[in-house]
Each structure stands twice: as C-alpha cells, then as structure tokens.
Design a protein. Structure first.
Lengths: 272, 568, 316
C-alpha cells in the first residue's frame, strides 16, 4: 500500500478515492440541505456562502444532491464492474483451463462480441430489457464480460505455463487444487488491475445512461441524470451541468489513477 | 621470454601508455533505499596486445564498469572519484559531442544477446553502414559496400544477401557476427565484449569465440572481455581481473592466477568451475541390474493440432519435439542428457513426468505406459522433477513450509502431526535453516530457491529425479554448490537421476552415462569412460570440441597462437 | 505480407461478423420483450399480437427467422423501418455518410495531435512537459462525452460567446465553411477523450522502445540522439501506435452515438437513439451490424498497416 501511493499518480488517485469514499459513506450526514426540497427563492444560483456549489432550477442545493447522488453513481460503477468481472473471469478461466476447441470457440465468440462498441452493446441490452438502474447495471456488466474474459484467460494461460504449476501437475495434484491454489491466486493481479480501471468506465457509462434517460430515473440524484435535468437551463446557470459533470470526472479519474498505480506495482518491469 | 625481463607491469617496454587506464574510480547509484555502491576504487589498465578478461558474478559490478567506460550511465549514477583514460585522454572530462565521436569509433562494444541488441525494423546491412556513415563520413552507398566486406571478414558466406535481411531472418550466430562486424567497423582502439557468447548455443558460441580470436590477431585490437565464465576466459584472455562486490580482488596473467590464485574469492571461484577431470559423482551402480525406467521409441509431435485449430492459431514452427527416442535409466544412476536448445531434451523431461502427450512406451516398475493419461499418482510420486528457473518453480503465494509439505500430504508419506518436523528435516538436508519454512519464495536467493525445489522433489522419496537445467540460471559459485548438494542427496538416498544440461563440463563431472540429443533424436549414448573414444558420434565430438576442459592449454585452439607468446 | 496471413485475417473478420449477426439477432429477438410486444405496447390484445407476429414472421422457429434475416441482409435487404415505413437501407444510407464525416474528422484530429504528443512526452520523460501531458491525458480520459459536450456547448456555443452553432449539420459539399463550423464541437468532444487515451498509450509504447537493448546499442554506436530517435525509435513505435488507434475506433463508434444526439448531428448515432426510443428493430439491427463491420474492417486495415510497418509481421 505504501508503495502504491509513493508515485504521484498513485497518491492523487488514493486521495480522490478517499474523497469519494467519504462522500459515499457519510454523504447524507454531511449534506447541508435536503436534496429534494425546493428552495424556490434561490433557483439557478452560483456558489454562495449558503449554497457552496449553487442551486438547480428548483432551488435544490447542488452540494447536497451531489453528496446524496454519490451512492447511486459509485454503486453503479462498482456493481456493474463486479458483475462483469465475475462473469468474465469465470468464462475466461474456464476457457483457459479447458483449452482446445472449447477455448477456441469461446474466444472467437468473445472476439465477435468485442466488435460491438461497449456503449452500443449496453444501449441494445438496456432497450430490450427496459430502462432503469438495475437493467442498466446488468447491461454494462454484460458489455464488460467479453473484455474481462479475455484478460482472465490470458492471465491464466501465462500462469499455467509457470514451472510451479507444471511441478504441481507433474506431482499429480488434482485439477481443483491446481486451479484454486496454484493458478488463480497468481492470476488475480491483472484481473484486479483491469477491474479497478473499468470501474471508471462503468461510472462514465452509467452516467451516460442516466443522461440519456435509460438509467437512473428522477427523482434520483444520480450524477448523469443531474446533468440531463440541468441541461435545459445550462445557458442561464452553467453550475447545474458543471458540478455533477466534474464530479463524474473526479470519480472516474480516481479509479483510473489508482488502477494504473496498482498495475505498476504488479509489473516488476515498470517498478523502479 | 621477454616477460621475465620486465616485471612487474606487463608489456611496459612495448607500450608507453595503456589503451585504457582506470584509476581510483568509484561509482554509486541513488536508489529509494539509499546509495548503492557499485564500483569501489577501481584501478585497471588494459594494454595494447593482451586481452584482459574481466570476470565476475552477477551483481559484481562488471557491467557497470563497461557502462562507465562507454560513458553511458543512468541518471541516478554518481561518480565519486577517479579517472577513466582512453590513450591518455580523460573520458570523464569529455563533452557529449566528444563522447559521441568516441563511441563506436574509438571504443565499441559487443553485447550479450544479438537478438535484442539489433533493431528489428532495420536491415542488418544498414545497421553496419550507419556506423561508417556516422564516423568515417562515407556515403550510404560506400558504407554498404564496406559493410559487405566487413561481413565477409566475419565468415558470413553470402554477405550481400545478409546485408538485405532483417534480424528475425538471421540465426543467432549470424546476428552476433553482424554485431561483431559493426564493432570492428571503425578499427577502434578498444572493444568491450560483454558476455558475447552467453546467449548462444554451444557450437555457435565456439565459432564466435574463434572469430573473436582470429579478428583480434588480424587487427591487433585491444579487447576487454567481460564474462562470468572463468574457464572461457582462461582460453581467450592473457590477463585477467576478478571483480567481486565492486572491488577488483585480484589481477594478473591468466597463467599465474589460474595456477596460483592468492585471494580466497578467486580460489573459491576457481574451485567452482566444473572440471571433467575432477569427478564429484559416486561410483556407477552395477550395470547388470536392469533398467529402472525405460523409454521405448517415444515421439512427441508438436504440430498435431486439428486442422481448424491450426488455421485459427498457427503453431510455432521452432520446436522439434522428440523423434523415436529410446533409452533407459538404471537404479541409482546419474544419466546426463546434453544437447543444444531445441534438441528435445526438455521435451523428453516433460514426457517422463507426464506433462507432455507422447507416442511410444515408458516402462517403469514392471508396468508399461503408452499414453500420458495412463501415468498415475504412484508413477508421479516415484518420478520427480526439478526445473530450470528458481524464480518460477516455487509458487510465490505459498510459504516454503507449505510448498514442502505438499508432496508429504499428497502422497500420504508422513502422518499429519509429523509434517512440520519432516519439513524442517528436509530443509536441513538441503543445508537451509529450519526457519525458512515461514518465508515466502521472494525472500530467498536464487540458489536457496533451487535448494527448496530440490528438497520438494526428494520429499516424495522418489526413485528417479529429473533435473532439467537446474544450474543454468545460477551464478558459477552457486551452481557448484547446488550440483554438489544434489550429488550428496543422490548418494545418500540412492535415487537415480537424469541430469539435463547444456554444460558439458558439468555433466562430465557428475554423470555415469551421457545421452546426446540433436533435433529431437538421440544421437549418442555412452559411458563416461568412453567420452573420448573414437566410437563417438560426429555431433558429440563437435560438442566436446566446442567446450574444452578449462585451464588446459593443450585442448584449446583459440589462444594457442596469441597465448603462446605470453607463456613464460 | 504473405497471402496466407491476409487470408487468415480476412476469415477472422468474417467469423467475427457472423458472430455479431448472431449476437444482434439473439439480443433483439430472444431477450424478453419481443418486437410485437414492443411495437404494440403492453396493453395490446392477444389477437393483435398474434396478427403482428405473423406479419413479422415471429411465429416461425428462431433459426428460420435468423437464416431468412441473414439471407436478406446478404442481398442488401435490411427490411422496412417499422416507424418510418421506408426501407432501412435508405434510412441508414445518408446517416452513415454523415457519421463517417464526423468520425473521420475526429480520427484525423486525434491522430495528428495524439501521436506527436505521446512521443514528445516519452522523449522528455520526467520533465515538466511530460508531467503536464501525462496529467492532461489522465484528466482527459475521465470526462465522458456527454459532460465534455455539454460543457463545450455552455462555454463555446452559448449566448455569451456563440463562437460555434449549438448543433445541426451542413454537408461539406454544400458549404465547407458551414461544415467546419458545425463539426468543430462534436469532433472536439470525441477527440478529447481519444487524444488523451492514445497519447498516454503512445507514450508508454515509446518508453518501452526507448528502454530497449537496440536503442542502447544504437547510442553506443555513437549515433546522434536525433538519429537514434528518428531512425531507431520512431519506426518501432509506429506499429504499436496504429494498434492503439485501431482499438480506440471501437470507443469512437460508441462515443459518436451520444455526441450526435447532443449536437443534433443527423448520423447513425442520432438515428439509433431514435430507433431505440421507438423500438424500431430493423433499424437497430442494421446500425449495430454496420458499426461492428466498420470496427472489424478498421482492425483489419490496421493489421495490414502494422504488417507494412513491422518487418517481423510481414513475413509471418
């Protein structure tokens, strides 16, 4: 851990993540106002002593909405990535372990799915399932699965050729022992790194879906939805779009930086 | 004869100043963990004529010294004191443009691995020509013509053709010849050879050494030859300097150092060089006992995938596998298997431990195995393997104790309550402290890890242990101790051993019989006593000729000419 | 490049497209909410549903539906748009070229900016310039298109500044100046995130090349740094750069959907959103196939370019 935050990107990433964790855990406690109350006298205002980040078209406090919305946004990123990582790892590890024609068929199928851009894939599935947070999360998870499976598989394949695994096979260890005790504990590094970086993509896609009206629904304070709702008034008060927009960027940046630092700490070639 | 008249400095009468003179040179690196001193007060002279061999193990500072001479130091390097002079000019005082004019023209370098030191995207000819264009002001056309002549001098048969190839279209030996031709291109005053044969196969390495000897004699260039291999240096250098922990511990003529080393480190290093004349193995077991394990007509074909799979992901076409190999191992015997890379020796090892599908038959303990699937746990317990890379052969996420307890639990050799005690005993058998059981592999050195891997193999109480290049990744001194440890365990347990290696001197030191493989085939199999017999296969003889016995001038054609002049 | 290499790559592309057709068909047909339900809404009667299912051929077994769908596509017939009552190929045709003009503009911008920036950062490693580029690259990849687009609109197209039109499209052959003024914001939005990502990747590829043994060997030959970079490092870093760009084309094709929607650019993305809102399945299928085909073909082209740049691949 101390190694992770020694580099500037790692340190900034950890700082941003800490900020986000505080918002997620204590957001509702820290919020100065109720996120849904209309303060009609102070509509579309810029930052002031009363409203640090300004107010929206109904006079709701942006900071309070932001703090409340952090849960929806971050939970979406973590949930979608978590599901995608689990499904992808399962498929990738199975393909890598099975080898032969099973592996070939799975990998060619994944190649095909990877040819559909993530966002398009997500949109298709969300539309067919019908919008809403749960379906959107599922859709992002499905869209992530092929990419994660590829990474899990290549990780397993490289570990499987290591001499300690060969030694276990030569010793006559059971398939289960080899996969669970020798291969997976060592293959997990690249998967964790990729997962961390993908959380930032999931946050961005989730917000995009919210923005398009296919994800979180009003009166949710999900950040993408906040941007969408404020768009109508953006020329009168840019704060309504800028505040949640920047918040999304901060969250994505935090996971991205932290993931990269994690990668560097796993990769001895890049460790200096 | 003249040498006796002008001691103590060699050749002082002929050459007024050394080509390279390093005085009181100290180099350190700033690391997050503090300053690391790589070179400590180095004094070294390289004179015109005799080649200086710089010998050291990994981490000794020998490569740092080469970078310092080339003035190619990383940003965190700190030079505390000293001078590096080329023909009397202090290189440390030179500006960047002056250094660029020296590199490649007055000092050049030959690197360890030609497959990484040549640019994959540039034709070989142009990689030679660019030096001539840069330093001798030739036009590209002239430089290509000159480059072709240089290549011809290195013994490449069709230089014009080679000029047009890319690195991946040439063999390792051809590439190293290109690198050498480049180094000689501007007739430099000094050439630094940094382990130029380490990455090459036995016979290719020998050819490159011969090329080195010939070009040196033809051009009279001064050479600093860096190597970890004392035996090799004894053949190509006249003077030798031994470096250890950044300090030159001893230097002098090869003859004097190899005959009468003064420093303990030099003595230990010399003692570690494997010498066929100093056998370390116990006497051979009785040959009449019959075979413990026999391999009958075993073949491995790597190109066997179904057509559709091959089309989707084409197989690599470099490995030979094995072709109709038959041989047997006797109980308690050490059988050496030698061959160059790609000869099929490791493939055979994988067949023997059930890691590779095969055709043919293995016979063991009165049972026959005709496919990989038939190999069961009893067989696997009896036939253990130790791999080449100590860094890869232990699971980094398991403690040493867990690693060693696996075979005990798996084969039910020891009651669960006694496992910890048995692990401690195993560690002690391989001369490691019992508290190593609580450590993780990354906390161990390469040699220690290899000892653990050996202990794991012997933990199964096997009747045959296969050692696949187990000393190849280790330093010379560690190599010797691991080999001796293996022999000691083998002697104590009576376990048979298949020792796979490319180190001919080592295998001649410890094997009872030697099998020679080439292109997947077994080409020769003989008793150690018959190693020099006329009945040997031509390939065996060329291998043996490529690796003479160390410190034995009579078997050594490389320096017979140049070396003779320096013998008192 | 050997013919067999080309044949292998081409057949891989065909295989990918076959799988894409299958996936698209599966998602749009087998997942809950079949076309008839979607078109008629939840409150349609059984009879209405049955009638529509028959008209659309949804009562046939799925593999018959799939095969007839594929057979039609191979003849260039993507069916009729359910909403617009026009052949899908007609609806999609114009939109495709409008999208292409936007995508190509963005891609050219990105390539021209990102590769030099990445290489510069690697060459100046550890300096303020490198740190600045790396920092901007990190920040750039954290902004989703809809945020960038909205902020650009607010600050460059709002009543306060009004440098650019807030949306719409002018065909380049009608008025090139009009096209340019309309394309700046959407192409800029797409370029920001891609430039940031590609510059970062190119930097790291270039650092790998600069740290390689052959670069060290070139320096130790006494070559000037300029020669080392130009002759030894750059040629080896171009192939990886092309690979990075080709992978990011997938991202570009996703981003274009949102950007077209925000800037009212009449391309495939805007059409897709409209089709999704109306559950116009034939249009959705056609656009998805089209985008996947473009992506697969761009990967094929990049493989060919890489083979031309890298002698090791050329002879495989």
């Amino acid at each position: 851990m101390s190694e992770l935050i020694r580099t500037p990107p790692g340190a900034v990433g950890a700082l941003l993540l800490a900020l986000i964790i505080v918002a997620v855990l204590f957001g509702p406690l820290l919020a100065p106002y109720d996120p849904q109350t209309f303060y009609t006298t102070v509509r579309l205002q810029g930052p002031s002593a009363d409203h640090w980040l300004g107010t929206d078209q109904f006079g709701r406090d942006l900071l309070s909405r932001l703090l409340h919305g952090s849960r929806a946004t971050i939970a979406f990123g973590l949930g979608a990535t978590g599901l995608g990582v689990c499904a992808g790892s399962l498929i990738g590890v199975s393909a890598g372990v099975a080898g032969g024609w099973v592996d070939s068929i799975i990998m060619r199928t994944l190649d095909g799915l990877l040819a559909v851009p993530d966002l398009l894939f997500t949109l298709l599935i969300v539309t067919m399932l019908g919008g809403g947070t749960g379906h959107a999360m599922l859709a992002v998870a499905v869209a992530f699965t092929p990419g994660m499976a590829r990474i899990a598989r290549s990780s397993v394949l490289s570990i499987r050729e290591r001499e300690y695994v060969l030694a276990a096979v030569a010793r006559g260890e059971s398939q289960g022992y080899i996969i669970l005790r020798e291969v997976i504990p060592n293959a997990i590094g690249p998967i964790v790194v990729e997962a961390t970086i993908r959380v930032s993509f999931a946050i961005m896609i989730g917000a995009t879906l919210g923005f398009l009206g296919l994800g979180a629904q009003p009166p949710s304070t999900e950040w993408g939805l906040m941007v969408a709702e404020a768009r109508q008034f953006m020329f009168r008060s840019p704060w309504g779009v800028a505040v949640p927009g920047l918040a999304i960027a901060v969250a994505a940046l935090g996971f991205n930086l932290f993931g990269d630092a994690l990668r560097d700490s796993f990769d001895p070639r890049r460790r200096r | 004869m003249e040498r006796a008249i002008v001691p103590p400095v060699p050749d002082a009468a002929q050459a007024p100043a050394p080509v390279l003179e390093i005085r009181d040179y100290t180099l350190g690196y700033n690391t997050p963990a503090g300053r690391f001193e790589a070179l400590k007060s180095i004094d070294l002279q390289v004179w015109r004529g005799p080649t200086l061999g710089l010998v050291g193990e990994s981490g000794s500072g020998k490569t740092s010294l080469a970078w310092a001479i080339m003035r190619y130091l990383p940003e965190n390097a700190v030079e505390n004191s000293g001078t590096i002079e080329l023909s009397g000019e202090n290189l440390r005082a030179k500006s960047v443009p002056e250094i660029l004019a020296i590199r490649g023209r007055r000092i050049s370098m030959v690197f360890q691995d030609p497959s990484t030191s040549l640019n994959p995207a540039i034709r070989l000819g142009d990689q030679i020509a660019e030096v001539l264009v840069q330093h001798r002001g030739l036009t590209l056309k002239e430089a290509r013509g000159e480059g072709e002549a240089l290549l011809a001098r290195t013994g490449i048969t069709r230089p014009a053709d080679m000029m047009l190839r890319y690195p991946h279209e040439a063999s390792g030996g051809e590439k190293q010849r290109v690198v050498i031709a480049t180094a000689f291109a501007c007739n430099p005053e000094l050439i630094i050879f940094d382990e130029p044969t380490t990455a090459l196969d036995i016979i290719t390495a020998r050819q490159i050494l011969e090329l080195f000897g010939r070009l040196r004699d033809e051009t009279g260039v001064t050479a600093l030859y860096i190597s970890h291999d004392l035996g090799l240096v004894s053949r190509i250098a006249q003077d030798v300097a031994v470096i250890h922990d950044g300090v030159i511990v001893e230097r002098g003529s090869c003859a004097s150092i190899f005959k009468a080393p003064r420093q303990p480190y030099t003595k230990a290093l010399l003692a570690a060089v494997p010498r066929p004349d100093l056998r370390i193995a116990p006497p051979a077991p009785d040959a009449s006992a019959g075979d413990l394990l026999s391999v009958e007509d075993v073949s491995v074909n790597y190109g066997n995938a179904p057509a559709l799979l091959r089309f989707l992901s084409p197989p690599r076409a470099d490995a030979y596998g094995a072709r109709s190999v038959s041989l047997g191992v006797r109980p308690g015997e050490i059988l050496g298997i030698v061959g160059e890379s790609g000869s099929g020796k490791s493939t055979l090892a994988k067949v023997l431990v059930g890691l590779q599908t095969f055709e043919g038959r293995l016979s063991f303990g009165g049972r026959a195995f005709t496919s990989r699937r038939m190999i069961d746990r009893d067989y696997r317990r009896a036939v253990q393997i130790v791999f080449q890379h100590p860094d890869a052969s232990l699971n980094p996420r398991q403690r040493i104790g867990t690693i060693l307890s696996r075979p005990l639990r798996l084969y039910d050799l020891v009651p669960p309550a006694d496992i910890a005690a048995r692990v401690r005993a195993l560690l002690e058998e391989v001369l490691l402290d019992a508290d190593f059981a609580a450590r993780y592999p990354h906390q161990l050195s390469g040699g220690e890890k290899q000892r653990v891997a050996i202990a794991r193999a012997f933990a199964a109480e096997p009747s045959l242990v296969i050692c696949d290049e187990i000393t190849s990744s280790l330093d010379v001194s560690v190599q010797a101790s691991v080999a001796r440890l293996l022999i000691e365990l083998q002697r104590r347990t009576g376990t048979a051993c298949i020792f796979i290696t490319h180190d001919l001197n080592l295998v001649r030191q410890l094997a009872h019989r030697i099998a020679v493989m080439q292109h997947g085939k077994l080409v020769d199999l003989f008793d150690i006593a018959d190693v020099t017999s006329d009945a040997r296969d031509a390939y065996t003889r060329s291998l043996l000729a490529a690796v003479p016995i160390p410190f034995d001038a009579e078997t050594d054609p490389v320096t017979s000419e140049a070396g003779a002049g320096n013998m008192p | 490049m050997s013919p067999s290499y080309l044949a292998r790559r081409l057949s891989a592309v065909l295989l990918v497209l076959l799988i894409v057709t299958f996936a698209v068909f599966a998602i749009t047909t087998i997942l809950p909410g079949n076309a008839a339900v979607m078109i008629l809404g939840e409150y349609a009667t059984e009879d209405q549903l049955l009638a529509l299912e028959q008209r659309l051929g949804l009562d046939r077994p799925w593999y018959v539906q799939y095969l007839s769908w594929i057979a039609n596509i191979l003849q260039g017939d993507f069916g009729m748009s359910l909403r617009l009552s026009l052949p899908v190929s007609e609806v999609v045709g114009d939109a495709f070229w409008n999208s292409a003009s936007l995508a190509v503009t963005a891609l050219v911008t990105v390539t021209v900016i990102a590769i030099p920036i990445g290489i510069l950062a690697a060459l100046k490693r550890g300096t303020i310039a490198d740190l600045g580029i790396s920092l901007l690259a990190y920040v750039g990849t954290a902004f989703p298109e809809f945020v960038t687009a909205t902020l650009l609109l607010v600050f460059l197209a709002g009543p306060a500044t009004g440098f650019f039109p807030a949306g719409g499209f002018v065909a380049p052959n009608e008025s090139f100046a009009g096209f340019v003024s309309h394309v700046v914001l959407p192409a800029g939005t797409l370029s920001l995130i891609l430039t940031a990502h590609i510059a970062r990747q190119v930097r790291s590829e270039m650092l790998d090349v600069l740290g390689s043994d052959y670069i060290r060997a070139a320096r130790l030959k006494g070559l000037r740094e300029r020669t080392v970079v130009r002759r030894h490092a750059l040629p080896n870093s171009l192939a990886p750069a092309v690979a990075v760009i080709s992978l990011d084309i997938g991202y570009l094709l996703g981003g274009i959907i949102v950007v077209e929607e925000i800037f009212a650019w009449p391309g495939l993305g805007r059409l897709l959103i409209l089709a999704l809102e109306n559950r116009d399945l034939p249009v959705i299928q056609a656009i998805t196939l089209l985008l996947a085909t473009v992506y697969a073909l761009s990967n094929l082209i990049s493989d060919i370019v890489i083979a031309a740049l890298d002698p090791r691949v050329r002879y495989e």
